[in-house]
Design a protein around this ligand. Structure first.
Ligand SMILES: Nc1ncnc2c1ncn2[C@@H]1O[C@H](COP(=O)(O)OP(=O)(O)OP(=O)(O)O)[C@@H](O)[C@H]1O
Length: 613
């Protein structure tokens, strides 16, 4: 086959191991590719070097048929004996040199083009992830689960394949096809012209079948992705699946998906078989046709045998070039779709940004947290989650937030942490208003322990140090925090700070996870502690330990707890009872019980059993 095709298969092999993104939607135009320009511009030198080798290697490739033709003509040129052999040797030496040169240039081209693709992909991935991390929960809630990760991985892989392979392949194919066509016309315009008219005709069935194959491939890919998602969801919740005896149903639906993948693949295979048939017939038929027309032209003296040889070789270049362009086009459009999706994220601006001139928060912070007439709703169409919410938490005070589900307790925390900003009202720490300071500095005043004590896969050290300002702290501090949080004893048994907590901390019990999460909050040494107490029942020993840990954590800090346990609530200096986004009652446990309002009712229902123990 022609040089172009063998180079293509080399590049294809390079991209084969990573087929990520084959099921990602294509764009309708190539326009979104322009969005990659800032990344391309950063590496212009690399682009020019790659382009240089691309052009010269293509020219070298195009010279080979011509040299062949000359060699053949030299052989048929009437000279004889030693002179003929000399000429043949000479021409074949040229061909050999051109082939070696082409090999070297192609290798250099491949190196620089691929390096460029990988470079841009790495930059783009880093930027995308940084942007994703900077965007608030509102943005992430609006994204389908897994979609952000797909953009980070599958879409960037498509872009990488485009820049590191398809773009170069397309440019090279356009160059070599145009060159081959020009050379065909130069060699013999009559025969060249006839062949040129035939190429598109011959390509038509290939293109049609190619389209069918691509459609079938895409369907198979998306079926496979569906089946994969289904399988990973079930395997993730394997305990639930087995507990509910859902194995067979899950198996059946996966088997259906697997069958659908097979059916889609069968269509693709059938179309491909026809493609092989069509291509073989056309290739052989085309060759016979060229030879036939060529033989006649040589016989009538319109062409030399060398010119015929070179014509055949150029026709192969042009033919495979057309085929390749049709195939590469799909990849170009897919990459355009990928860059559209990637740039959609890059164009987003975080809701909460530092102000032009950020006010500092005094280093000797007291932890005086004030909510003043705060109104907030999550979306423009959503009912307000907080309505005229005012709360003044004194430095060192321990405040318990209680109220029915959906009352707005977690929302108070989210606003305190500036994950969202309120539509109206003010939130201040030690007199500094939230929007006047850098969000990172603002958040460094808070330590937060969520209800679902989310831990990361890794060691106790990594998980506790996650809370430290700057993300690292000496081991001694981590151990202190773990001790205070009543987590050290069980961690010590598992190897101390090096204890592997398993995937997302799953090798720990609920109560243990909570205490590690508390240790993580404690190591932060922040003046304000936000604690979302776990609702799940703990055995009385764990409960006692968690209570001790909370007491230690609250020591010397302003503490807000979304409280579900009577023991925590009793400890509170003040209980804030919320309902429907407002504070409806506040005071001490005894005073509120006496009042006989919402708190008294909640306490009766929720804490009766607990109090009885
Ligand atoms: N991300 C969100 N988008 C839209 N609405 C939300 C979002 N989070 C919470 N809400 C709504 O805001 C209101 C207050 O929710 P919030 O989570 O603050 O309640 P809560 O008192 O913490 O409840 P629970 O005790 O069940 O955790 C609810 O009506 C809830 O449906």
């Amino acid at each position: 086959m022609s040089e172009a095709t063998s180079q293509i298969s080399d590049d294809r092999r390079e991209t084969l191991p990573d087929q990520g993104g084959a099921d990602r939607p294509k764009a309708r135009s190539v326009k979104p590719l322009a969005l990659l320009w800032p990344y391309v511009r950063k590496h212009l030198t690399l682009v020019f070097v790659a382009l240089f080798f691309l052009v010269v290697s293509t020219v070298a490739a195009l010279s080979i048929p011509w040299l062949f033709g000359r060699a053949v003509d030299a052989g048929a040129g009437g000279a004889n004996g030693a002179a003929l052999l000399d000429t043949i040797d000479q021409y074949f030496l040229y061909v050999l040199l051109a082939a070696i040169l082409m090999g070297i240039l192609s290798a250099l081209r491949f190196y620089f083009v691929s390096r460029f693709g990988e470079r841009v992909a790495a930059d783009l991935r880093t930027d995308l992830y940084a942007k994703l991390l900077s965007l608030g929960p509102r943005f992430h809630a609006g994204m389908r689960s897994g979609e952000s990760v797909s953009r980070l991985t599958a879409d960037v892989t498509l872009i990488e394949q485009f820049l590191g392979s398809s773009a170069s392949l397309a440019t090279r194919t356009i160059l070599s096809t145009t060159g081959a066509i020009a050379m065909m016309l130069v060699t013999n315009w009559k025969l060249g012209g006839t062949l040129l008219l035939m190429i598109p005709l011959a390509m038509l069935p290939v293109m049609i079948i190619g389209r069918i194959i691509r459609g079938a491939s895409n369907r198979a890919q998306s079926r496979l992705a569906d089946a994969g998602a289904q399988a990973s969801e079930a395997l993730d919740a394997i305990e639930l699946v087995q507990a509910y005896g859902q194995e067979q149903r899950r198996e059946k639906s996966f088997a259906e998906a697997a069958e659908a993948v097979f059916q889609a693949a069968l269509k693709r295979i059938t179309a491909r078989a026809f493609m092989i048939l069509a291509v073989s017939i056309m290739l052989l038929g085309g060759m016979v046709g060229i030879l036939w027309l060529g033989a006649r032209a040589v016989a009538t003296g319109q062409m030399t045998p060398g010119e015929l040889t070179q014509m055949i070789l150029y026709a192969f270049y042009a033919g495979s070039g057309f085929g390749m362009l049709a195939e590469v086009w799909g990849e170009v459009m897919r990459a355009a779709g990928a860059s559209d999706r990637a740039s959609e994220i890059l164009r987003e601006t975080p809701e909460i940004l530092p102000p032009q001139t950020a006010l500092p928060i005094a280093s000797s912070v007291q932890g005086h947290l004030i909510f003043d007439a705060v109104d907030f709703s999550y979306g423009t169409d959503d009912a307000p989650a907080l309505k005229g919410f005012s709360l003044d938490v004194q430095p060192g005070e321990f405040v318990a937030l209680v109220g029915p589900s959906g009352a707005g307790k977690s929302t108070v925390f989210r606003l305190a942490l500036r994950l969202f900003d309120p539509q109206s009202g003010h939130i201040t720490v030690d007199g500094v208003e939230a929007p006047d300071t850098d969000p990172a500095l603002w958040r460094s005043q808070f330590a937060y322990a969520p209800q679902e004590s989310a831990l990361f896969t890794g060691t106790a050290r990594e998980n506790i140090a996650f809370g430290a300002q700057g993300g690292t702290a000496p081991d001694a501090e981590l151990i202190d925090a773990a001790r205070m949080a009543e987590a050290w004893r069980f961690l010590e048994d598992r190897g101390g700070l090096d204890a592997d907590l398993g995937q997302k901390g799953r090798s720990l019990s609920g109560g243990q996870r909570q205490r590690v999460a508390l240790a993580r909050a404690l190591v932060r040494r922040a003046p304000i502690l936000l604690l979302d107490e776990a609702t799940s029942a703990l055995d009385s020993e764990s409960e006692g330990l968690v209570q001790k840990a909370i007491a230690a954590a609250a020591e010397g800090r302003t503490t807000l707890v979304i409280a579900h346990r009577l023991s925590t609530i009793r400890r509170a200096d003040r209980i804030i009872v919320m309902e429907d986004g407002r504070i409806v009652e506040q005071g001490s446990h005894d005073a509120l019980v006496k009042k006989g309002g919402l708190y008294a009712r909640l306490a009766e229902m929720q804490f009766a059993a607990e109090a009885a123990e």
